[in-house]
Ligand binder design. Structure first.
Ligand code: AMP
Ligand code: MG
Length: 327
């Protein structure tokens, strides 16, 4: 009897609480949402006066990131990148894909081949992210390295020519950054002036936070709950490549997802590299490349590029920074 009387009251309380909860983002000038894209949790936060506008902009930004995933993912059989991997000689691709491939090629050339978009077969062999990762023998490695190669793609207009038929393309080191850039661009076009897009450590910042720079904490590669530094940034991108992101351990050795294209094994000289640049695609590729090059050559590379800053942690835990890092 008492339960019967209490039930409608409980329902009303629940509905009111729900309404208050739903209205909350409307009142504080912030829309914050997450989605799973490119195998990563993507978090978008947009700030402004008009919550309806922010909501619509954030929806469009997520749609744009999914569109980019459809173009570049090697897990999607119909993506342009999967079709390029399947092609035996050459393939005509859309201008957008050509542009990102050209950017990756340029960064490959600038980093003595440390950034290499042809490591798909190597990634398949190691299965670092799979259920059953595999430590390959030297024979397996040398066989699979024959299916990779720096400068393995030639681009003529809209046509990509492969130097080998079994070359498998993998844009895992740059596409997430590009997707983040596209999300920011869509937010900007929709009239948003203040936002952050974070795809598992690939971060792009639109504008600032109420007149002040965003404060971005960079994770310590070994003490997961600690920060290495806090960076103060606006209208920039900051991307970290770390050996703690995707890895497995066997006999006390850590095997992670960033490969040295020469040895075909996980690059051993760094624990993490963070790059600050104007756009997330460049920062993404440069972080991967500097990680492979190691702390000394990596620092030299980043220091030599204009509008690029960085932070490197060597394998023995030493912290190195470029001179203009905005802490
Ligand atoms: P990131 O987390 O941005 O450093 O990128 C790592 C991902 O990029 C890996 O999961 C691979 O898909 C790909 N990758 C690994 N090694 C390299 C490399 N040397 N150059 C370019 N991409 C790489
Ligand atoms: Mg990268």
């Amino acid at each position: 009897m008492l339960l019967k009387r209490l039930l409608p009251i409980c329902l009303i309380v629940l509905v009111l609480a729900g309404l208050i909860y739903l209205r909350q983002p409307q009142t504080d000038g912030q829309v914050s949402r997450t989605a799973l894209i490119m195998g990563t949790v993507v978090d978008i936060r947009a700030y402004g006066e008009d919550n309806k506008q922010l909501e619509q902009a954030v929806t469009k930004a997520f749609e744009e990131m999914s569109r980019v995933e459809q173009l570049f993912s090697s897990h999607i059989a119909e993506s342009e990148i999967s079709r390029l991997s399947a092609a035996t000689e050459s393939l005509s691709l859309s201008p957008e894909v050509i542009r990102l491939l050209q950017m990756g090629q340029q960064i490959g050339a600038d980093t003595s081949g440390a950034f290499n978009m042809s490591l798909g077969a190597l990634k398949d062999l190691w299965q670092i992210e799979g259920e059953e990762p595999h430590i390959p023998s030297e024979q397996e490695l040398s066989a699979v390295l024959k299916k990779t190669g720096s400068g393995a793609l030639t681009i003529v207009d809209d046509k990509v020519i492969k130097s080998k038929a079994d070359l498998k393309i993998d844009l895992g080191g740059i596409a997430k950054g590009y997707a983040v850039d596209r999300a920011v661009s869509v937010l900007r076009q929709a009239g948003v002036t203040s936002a952050t897009v974070n795809a598992g450590g690939d971060i792009a910042l639109l504008g600032d936070k109420q007149g002040r720079p965003w404060r971005i904490g960079i994770q310590h590669p070994r003490q997961t709950n600690d920060l290495l530094v806090t960076l103060q940034l606006k209208d920039q991108a900051v991307v970290t490549s770390g050996d703690y992101e995707r890895f497995f351990e066997r006999d006390g050795i850590r095997y992670h997802h960033i490969f040295d294209p020469v040895s075909g094994k996980p690059a051993r000289q760094c624990q993490s590299v963070t790059v600050v640049a104007a756009d997330a695609a460049s920062a993404d590729a440069l972080a991967t490349a500097a990680f492979v090059l190691g702390p000394d050559a990596g620092l030299k590379l980043l220091e030599g590029l204009s509008n690029v800053e960085g932070l490197l942690v060597s394998a023995d835990g030493k912290l190195m920074k470029t001179s203009g890092l905005p802490e």
